[in-house]
Design a protein around this ligand. Structure first.
Ligand code: ZN
Length: 184
């Protein structure tokens, strides 16, 4: 990896208006630019180094309709399977399962907190990859959750908006002390 790609980008934090607007659609032409290639590499690097499983462009200050995702074991989720990384451009969820599940989520734009969010257990999503190829994917479990969380970002929605019970918004320390320990 080139040195220019090994850069931890600054994450926009909750309260920044860029997280509250719909991101601009990305053109096929933009996918060919050095700017896009560099930005996606830096975003994947940033996501890995900060133990994230997804990162949307508005979270690094760019109001553009794409995100990166990668599932792998993290300090608070040691049991996650390896999947990705993938780049999703102009994604759209075309099916949500009626069955929903609650699970704890974090977000690189909400430093030090966790919240429990009810989301569809499975979804069908359409997107373009970084080469502009059309993809259609059925996702389930935590992978489906990452899609829903990241695509919300691209529409100006953050995970706390999806929470039904604000008593389940807690600090990372409380999450580690009470929830993680209980799970073991
Ligand atoms: Zn997030």
């Amino acid at each position: 990896m080139k040195k220019s790609q090994r850069k931890i980008l600054k994450r926009t934090q909750f309260g920044n208006p860029i997280l509250r607007i719909k991101a601009k659609k990305v053109s096929a032409k933009f996918l060919q630019t050095v700017e896009f290639k560099k930005l996606t590499k830096q975003m994947i690097y940033t996501m890995r180094r900060t133990h994230g499983v997804g990162l949307a462009a508005p979270q690094v200050g760019e109001s553009l309709n794409f995100a990166v995702m990668q599932m792998r074991p993290t300090p608070t989720r040691p049991n996650l399977k390896m999947k990705g990384p993938i780049i999703i451009v102009n994604p759209k969820i075309i099916r949500y399962s009626k069955e929903k599940v609650s699970e704890w989520e974090g977000c690189l734009s909400f430093y030090g907190v966790r919240g429990s969010v009810l989301r569809s257990k499975s979804i069908t999503v359409e997107y373009n990859n970084e080469k502009g190829e059309k993809k259609k994917e059925e996702a389930t479990g935590f992978w489906a959750r990452i899609f829903q969380h990241e695509i919300d970002h691209l529409n100006g929605i953050v995970y706390v908006d999806q929470m039904k019970d604000m008593k389940k918004l807690i600090t990372l320390q409380e999450f580690k002390d009470r929830i993680l320990k209980k799970k073991k």
